[in-house]
Design a protein around this ligand. Structure first.
Ligand SMILES: Nc1ncnc2c1ncn2[C@@H]1O[C@H](COP(=O)(O)OP(=O)(O)OP(=O)(O)O)[C@@H](O)[C@H]1O
Length: 212
């Protein structure tokens, strides 16, 4: 099993009456869509699994417990992408290179050609490369952040409404790229999406968060 989690237990808004407990697993190449009403705790689950949110329980990547992996390393391997991801001051290129400027960045070197190829694949104009990232549209920013996430080579992507800001053409390009990414060894996706647009993805199953 590529990724699994047991009794991930968290409360919503600090309210003990709103307690969630979830167990799930994800084989390589598979997609787990998290379903539930607005406010049910879907984003909170993704954040908990990325160790960005306190919770009880345990998650495992290729059988290795998160207790045995330093959190910054875990967050690269099991990587959360927020619906409105933070882009730093600087150009698009600066933002894409940013993870590689820290010791915690992936072992790989920043590859501008690969980044540009991914931009093209996601229908982003190459002229954006030097544009101030703070001036990007919502849909452009979402795609730049997604590329930045792919470049650090995570194993499991935790995607929070990744297509909410995209038009139909960009959405289709996004899913095509994600499907290809999933065909590489030891990769899987947990997805929160209000838009039922993920059917192009392979091996989709669901986990439901019921009203607390
Ligand atoms: N930092 C916080 N402080 C207080 N309450 C919070 C915090 N983060 C989340 N909550 C509450 O926890 C609940 C779940 O939030 P979450 O964002 O996980 O929901 P969701 O299922 O992703 O909802 P949506 O579909 O609307 O995005 C909400 O009621 C929210 O108000």
């Amino acid at each position: 099993m590529l990724f699994n989690f047991q009794n991930i237990n968290y409360t919503l808004g600090g309210n003990p009456a709103r307690q969630i407990n979830l167990t799930g697993s994800l084989a390589a190449g598979n997609v787990l869509v998290v379903r539930g009403a607005s406010g049910a705790g879907k984003s909170t689950l993704l954040r908990a699994l990325a160790k960005l949110q306190p919770c009880h329980g345990e998650a495992f990547l290729l059988g290795q417990s998160w207790h045995h992996i330093p959190p910054p390393v875990w967050r690269i391997k099991v990587h959360y992408l927020a619906q409105q991801p933070a882009l730093f001051d600087g150009s698009v290129a600066d933002n894409l290179a940013k993870p590689f400027t820290t010791n915690l960045g992936s072992k790989h070197k920043f590859d501008p050609d690969r980044a540009k190829a991914l931009m093209q694949e996601l229908l982003l104009d190459e002229k954006l490369w030097l544009q101030d990232a703070q001036t990007l549209s919502g849909g452009e920013a979402a795609r730049v952040a997604f590329i930045r996430s792919l470049l650090i080579e995570p194993r499991v992507l935790l995607l929070d409404e990744p297509t909410a800001a995209l038009d139909e053409a960009a959405r289709s390009a996004f899913y095509k790229l994600l499907s290809r990414w999933l065909r590489e060894p030891n990769r899987a996706v947990l997805l929160v999406s209000h838009i039922n647009d993920y059917h192009i993805l392979p091996n989709v199953s669901f986990i439901d968060i019921s009203p607390a």
